[in-house]
Ligand binder design. Structure first.
Ligand code: PAF
Length: 278
């Protein structure tokens, strides 16, 4: 496996006679990321993963500085699952001048949920993802469904900008108790880690209550109350149509429609997100 730090070397190293799959990451890899690589390997002859902590998607009060940088461990993990090439540019390499040209994902999808609580987040994500796509020029790109809204925003960007890339969403990997794998789980103390599963349990309860006939609004309020009572600070716990997060879903469950219960909440100072499709 090659580890490459510059765009010029990357362009020289990829054999474009082969199909190329790309897995963008911010490093500090866990089994969920490795599963993206495994799925990418099934789809293409060459798998490229990137490791880059993207300043543009962090607000000033967020964890850009403390985000774990673990390149050596990450490279060993990627190599163990057969990744062909790791692109790990420095900030100076990817943003040699201030990145004033940005991708605005537009009104609607990027302004709700994560976009409401993390203004500018999706502009940062789309800008780096498009730039990485231009560096790697993959045929396929793999994103985890834990960041379901991100997957939808990137899919929309690719479609609206007519990029010749197939976006593939991969199911969330969970710990034994159900907690979605996330690099940010590493911030949790032992007590917080034990508590963290309750965001998943709250989503399971939302699914169960909604499917058994409770109105959407009540289900959402109960989930917020459940987590708040346990000491969490929830941003949102809400039910949407899975294929259109912006559309107003029906107030009651309806067979034949695909829903997603989606949430974000802080346990201590660690913000976790998760979602369940049903
Ligand atoms: O999901 C992530 O890790 C990041 O948002 C991504 C897609 C690598 C862009 O920085």
């Amino acid at each position: 496996m090659m580890i490459i730090h510059t765009v010029a070397d990357l362009r020289k190293s990829i054999d474009y006679s082969k199909s190329v799959a790309f897995v963008p990451t911010m490093g500090n890899l866990h089994a969920g990321h490795l599963d993206l690589v495994a799925k990418a390997k099934l789809k293409a002859e060459c798998v490229v993963a990137s490791i880059f902590v993207n300043r543009l998607q962090f607000a000033p009060h967020e964890d850009f500085d403390s985000y774990p940088r673990t390149l050596d461990e990450d490279a060993a993990k990627l190599s163990s699952v057969g990744c062909d090439l790791v692109f790990a540019p420095s900030e100076r390499e990817l943003y040699p001048v201030s990145q004033t040209v940005k991708v605005l994902p537009g009104q609607g999808l990027s302004e709700i949920l994560e976009g409401e609580f993390r203004p500018g987040f999706f502009t940062g994500v789309c800008t780096v993802v498009l730039k990485l796509f231009n560096c790697v020029q993959p045929d396929f790109a793999f994103f985890g469904k834990k960041d379901y809204q991100q997957l939808m925003v990137v899919t929309n960007m690719v479609s609206q900008l007519a990029l010749p890339i197939e976006i593939v969403g991969v199911d969330t990997k969970r710990e034994v108790d159900g907690l979605a794998m996330s690099s940010r789980n590493g911030y949790l103390s032992a007590a917080q880690r034990a508590e963290a599963v309750h965001i998943y349990l709250a989503l399971c309860k939302m699914r169960e209550s909604f499917k058994s006939g409770q109105p959407k609004e009540q289900v959402e309020l109960e989930a917020i109350r459940y987590l708040s009572t346990r000491g969490w600070s929830p941003d949102y716990m809400s039910i949407h149509l899975a294929q259109d997060l912006v559309a107003s879903p029906p107030p009651f469950y309806s067979e034949g429609l695909q829903f997603v219960a989606i949430g974000a909440a802080k346990v201590g100072s660690t913000r976790l997100i998760d979602n369940l499709h049903f």
